[in-house]
Design a protein around this ligand. Structure first.
Ligand SMILES: [Zn+2]
Length: 1046
């Protein structure tokens, strides 16, 4: 049977690829295919160029303002368009103001989110017709962005050769002075204390931090007036600089964090570690970019450590999955569990099965083995992959995972060449590539039935707050055009996804939008205790067929509820309604729920306000992260069984219990978006961008993921947004291209250096056109008997991703302090083990970090200081629950920038080049009051303006003549025709395009109230909530390590 065979007639899903003639390559949505009209929205997986066109807040007025003012007197309670109502059982007809005679309760006025910014009255609604430039421009922009160096270094002078952390260095010879021994100041280019003849150079350079004389003898004047050389000179021989050894001077560095450091001693002496002499994230990132950014990463070799996530690189699949799909904490696994335990280095993989790829890379090929389905091992059921060994002239193959020998099915037989390789090796993706897809047979489908295409159901809160803020009108306006951009498969002309609409407050309104109707019909279900769907025919429809009825409905919804006084909402019945609708239609799908308040109305899943900040730092703090009822867990389970994924858009003006409302989205593989104190004028652009991306992005439904491993290790723990009903299968009602699952592995036997270790991640899912598929990712790792090999092949960014997720789950069951202490302890053990077993003999007082982990302390400190583990004064209970859930599905690039934000000096940007200004370290002392900086962490973009910034720069960027006139209520930068404004806006757009969510832009003026919020993200500094500075934390880690070693 040919792999080229199509299971059924129909448009091919992709074009033939060179080398794989006839293989179908799934092309999702906007993937650009020659000759195929390009969606104006651009590719789902690229930056969304169309959305980056800033639309001035004063866009053309489409609809009269209806919100922001008290509801008009009720002459307009009958909308102009008329719905045909139909009474249904307990339902009642609803039109405008509900029959409730209760006096209208005015909800509290929304408070401005940003202290210092006055609430802006909502006055008008901008329309968003600008979906994107014509295809040509899309491509242009994409090329333009591809050519940009992300965080490039072009604008900054590269550090002198040999000074960088990542650059090859002389053999590391920490050879420390004994404590107290005076070290003469070295000549500027000489190592400061090289002693014995260098040992064979280890690939990983060691770095030492050792006790010794005060630093003043070794360092020049403090850095501000100097380029960073003085500090870096120390590192040429692998040491970071000098600090005092066991003395209590860093006890004082931890105010408010009594669990750290020594008991309070005398006031700390003024001498402290020079920040320039300790490992710099910026330098590591830059070095990796310079060293590894130019060559493609070819995946043919086992156990290769990929470039950092912050490096722009292309991937060539030659038998292992791209690091865009799988990244590991280490690419060299200890052979025994004893070694693994000794090192304490967690063995984990961060897997993003449906990751988007840059346009230059090829999506996984789709292999069709016809009715017999994919070839698998008889015993462990692993899928055919490049590591299977064909034997007996090709008649059988030995499984690389369990060693079982399986007959090759006759249709799959092929001769072997003289090396034992099948002669069709290069013609079959499953024999030569790390990632590919199989078309699944009916055996892989629920109830042995091929699935129907999925459905999207839009469920809009129409209570008082939602209507008054202008949100309802905004959503309805947007949906009119957005529905034309539902995900499509390959070059299909229209999306197979059907849509349905529900509005709700205390009751639910279903809409019949059948194409044959002249007007939509509304059906009200007020019995929310036992939710059912009052109509089957006409609820889920094809957008094109029902276009006019849908448009009419979306016009009418804002009018119908314009005068509502209903402030209460239900929540669980809304999900139940969506679930029931999908059940009735026998399909999977996604619910898009737009919700504003704590669901206090009498209904299943009703919640009470239980927010209590007094619980912070007590043993009961964990309850703030736990759902207040198990009702939603059960509901989530039902949703997963049906393939009903929930995406939740929240618009709270006060506490609404994200920890509980988030349970269903979280366990169904959905997303949560939160817009606190939503104001149309400032927040609509961000919300609409998120909504557009969320609706369009690639998503698989009814997904089950299993990770198989070769003998010796197995997957034991999983982190992410999913549900598990057994110990091996990760179930997700929906899985989109941004969602990541982190998997931890443990030994169950010995591994061998010869055979290494293999992972195979198999994801079974239903595509957006309803096709059942298997996506396979394979990765081979090395195994070692020497701990040094483990430490040489680690990836700290991935390690931090795992540790953060592990800790963020820990807060559900343990006091936050316990979680923090455990994190510190584990990292101290990791570093102590290295020190003891891998580093050259040296003074016990010296801190020596493995090259690949030298950023572990700084990044770990960022995790410890994050709002979940140590809330800042601004962080609400909902914020913390939200962040906790968000981080749990983040990939490595997202956790990296989330915990250590990117800080760019905008005033140093070269307006004539495409590059970004060189990033600087996240510390206030790096900021100059004459400059403007941008800080981004994946959720927010801050633009910080120093008090002494030149007036011309202020004029060029903000269009005002002085610092005092800059408004920090701006949510976008004004569009001004000058090079600086253009450059800064292009940087902002580019950063927005790299992230899965549209970041909130916040203008911060130096010495302004908002600066406190900004400083929270300067993570190398001591935080207001008591988090340690980087320097202090490094000293603390050093002490912990010394204790473990003694
Ligand atoms: Zn097997």
């Amino acid at each position: 049977m040919s792999v080229n065979q199509q299971a059924h007639a129909g448009p091919p899903y992709g074009q033939p690829q060179p080398g794989y003639q006839g293989y179908q390559q799934p092309a999702y949505g906007g993937q650009s295919l020659p000759g195929v009209p390009q969606s104006q929205y651009g590719a789902y997986n690229g930056p969304m160029p169309g959305y980056q066109q800033p639309v001035p807040p004063q866009g053309s007025l489409r609809a009269p303002p209806t919100s922001g003012a008290p509801p008009p007197a009720s002459g307009a309670s009958h909308p102009s368009g008329h719905l045909a109502y139909s009474q249904f059982e307990h339902g009642d007809v609803q039109n405008g103001i509900p029959a409730s005679a209760a006096p209208m309760q005015r909800p509290p006025a929304p408070q401005p989110f940003l202290p210092g910014s006055a609430p802006t009255p909502v006055s008008q609604i901008s329309t968003f017709q600008q979906y994107g430039p014509p295809p040509g421009s899309v491509q242009q922009l994409r090329n333009h962005m591809a050519g940009m160096t992300i965080g490039g270094t072009a604008a900054s002078a590269p550090p002198p050769a040999g000074l960088g952390y990542g650059a090859p260095r002389p053999p590391a010879m920490p050879g420390p002075p004994l404590p107290g021994q005076t070290v003469p100041a070295p000549p500027s280019s000489q190592p400061n204390h090289v002693s014995s003849p260098p040992p064979p150079p280890p690939p990983s350079t060691m770095a030492g931090l050792h006790p010794g004389p005060p630093m003043s003898g070794l360092h020049g004047p403090p850095p501000p007036t100097h380029p960073p050389q003085p500090g870096y000179q120390m590192q040429q021989n692998g040491s970071f600089g000098q600090m005092r050894g066991p003395q209590p001077n860093y006890g004082g560095a931890y105010p408010g964090a009594p669990n750290y450091g020594s008991p309070p001693g005398p006031p700390p002496p003024p001498k402290r570690l020079d920040p320039d002499s300790i490992p710099s994230p910026i330098q590591v990132i830059e070095d990796d970019r310079n060293n590894r950014g130019s060559e493609p990463f070819v995946t043919g070799v086992r156990g290769q450590v990929p470039p950092l996530v912050t490096t722009n690189f292309l991937v060539k699949d030659q038998g292992n999955a791209s690091p865009r799909y799988i990244r590991c904490t280490s690419y060299n696994i200890p052979c025994t569990s004893d070694m693994a335990k000794q090192s304490q280095v967690p063995l984990a993989a961060v897997i993003k099965p449906l990751a988007a790829l840059p346009p230059e890379e090829t999506l996984p090929y789709l292999v069709d083995h016809g009715e017999s389905g994919p070839v698998r091992c008889n015993r462990c059921k692993a899928y055919m992959c490049p590591f299977m060994q064909f034997i007996e002239g090709g008649r059988r193959f030995q499984c690389c995972f369990c060693s079982c020998v399986t007959e090759v099915p006759p249709h799959y037989f092929q001769h072997l060449d003289h090396t034992g390789k099948r002669v069709d090796y290069y013609d079959r993706p499953e024999l030569s590539l790390g990632s590919y897809e199989f078309l699944a047979t009916v055996d892989y489908c629920k109830n042995n039935k091929f699935p129907s295409p999925p459905a999207f159901i839009f469920m809009i809160d129409v209570s008082y707050n939602a209507v008054k803020s202008g949100l309802v009108r905004l959503i309805c306006e947007e949906l009119k055009s957005l529905l034309d951009y539902l995900p499509r498969e390959g070059n299909m002309e229209e999306s197979a996804i059907r849509v349905g609409f529900v509005t709700y407050n205390k009751v639910l309104h279903f809409y019949n939008v059948k194409s044959s109707l002249a007007q939509p019909q509304m059906m009200v279900v007020s019995d929310v205790a036992d939710m059912f769907v009052p109509l089957l025919d006409g609820f889920l429809v094809n957008v094109n067929e029902s276009r006019t009825v849908i448009a009419s409905l979306l016009d009418q919804i804002p009018e119908m509820f314009a005068d509502t006084r209903e402030t209460e909402t239900v929540f669980a019945p809304v999900i139940q309604a969506g679930l029931e609708a999908l059940k009735a239609a026998e399909c999977a799908g996604k619910l898009f729920i737009f919700h504003t308040s704590l669901p206090i109305a009498e209904a299943p899943g009703k919640l009470k306000n239980r927010d209590d900040r007094k619980l912070i730092n007590t043993d009961k703090e964990k309850t703030l992260f736990q759902p207040q009822t198990s009702f939603y867990n059960n509901l989530a389970k039902d949703c997963v069984a049906q393939g009903c994924c929930v995406d939740l858009f929240l618009f709270p003006n006060q506490y609404l219990d994200v920890a509980t409302l988030g349970v269903v989205p979280y366990q169904t593989g959905g997303s949560i978006y939160k817009y606190a104190y939503f104001q149309l004028e400032t927040d609509q652009y961000r919300f609409l961008n998120d909504l557009r991306r969320d609706v369009q992005k690639e998503v698989g439904f009814d997904a089950v993921m299993r990770v198989r491993t070769s003998t010796g290790i197995r997957a034991t723990d999983f982190f992410g947004a999913f549900y598990m009903s057994n110990t091996t299968d990760v179930e997700m009602a929906g899985l989109d291209c941004d969602k990541t699952i982190t998997v931890e592995f443990k030994h169950d036997d010995k591994l061998s250096e010869d055979s290494g270790a293999l992972l195979q991640c198999a994801l079974l899912y239903t595509s957006c056109a309803g096709q059942r598929r298997l996506r396979i990712h394979n990765l081979s790792l090395n195994c070692c008997t020497q701990l040094a090999d483990l430490y040489r092949n680690c990836e700290t960014d991935t390690l931090i991703n795992y540790l953060a997720k592990y800790a963020y789950r820990g807060v559900l069951s343990s006091p936050v302090k316990t979680v923090r202490d455990a994190l510190i302890n584990q990292c101290a053990q990791i570093l102590a083990c290295y020190r003891k077993n891998c580093a050259s003999p040296s003074s016990a007082g010296q801190l020596i970090l493995p090259e690949c982990m030298k950023l572990l302390p700084v990044y770990l400190n960022c995790v410890l200081k994050s709002d979940v583990l140590q809330p800042g004064p601004e962080a609400t209970t909902d914020d913390r629950a939200y962040i906790r859930q968000l981080v749990t599905s983040m990939d490595v690039a997202e956790t990296n920038v989330f915990f250590y934000p990117r800080l760019l000096p905008l005033t140093k940007a070269d307006v004539d080049s495409d590059s970004l200004p060189a990033a600087i370290r996240n510390s206030e002392e790096r900021l100059s009051k004459g400059d403007i900086y941008l800080l981004e962490n994946g959720l927010n973009i801050f633009v910080w303006v120093g008090v002494s910034v030149q007036q011309s720069l202020i004029q060029n960027l903000f269009g005002v003549s002085s610092f005092s006139q800059i408004s920090n209520a701006l949510s976008t930068l004004p569009v001004l025709e000058n090079p600086f404004s253009k450059k800064v806006r292009s940087i902002v757009d580019m950063l927005q395009g790299q992230r899965s969510r549209y970041m909130k832009l916040i203008i911060v003026k130096q010495e302004d109230k908002l600066e406190m919020l900004f400083k929270h993200f300067l993570v190398e500094d001591k935080s207001l909530s008591g988090g340690a500075s980087y320097v202090d934390f490094l000293c603390h880690m050093h002490k912990e390590i010394r204790q473990l070693l003694s």
